[in-house]
Design a protein. Structure first.
Length: 37
């Protein structure tokens, strides 16, 4: 049970990180495209 909770927590952390990276990347891409145009 405890291990499952830890695993679940890590999975959530991982998802949050992925989400954050994705947002940063999208923002960066958007900025670059603006500069190009």
């Amino acid at each position: 049970m405890y291990l499952w909770l830890v695993f679940d927590f890590q999975t959530k952390q991982e998802n949050i990180k992925q989400e954050f990276i994705h947002k940063q990347y999208s923002f960066y891409l958007h900025s670059v495209l603006k500069i190009i145009k």
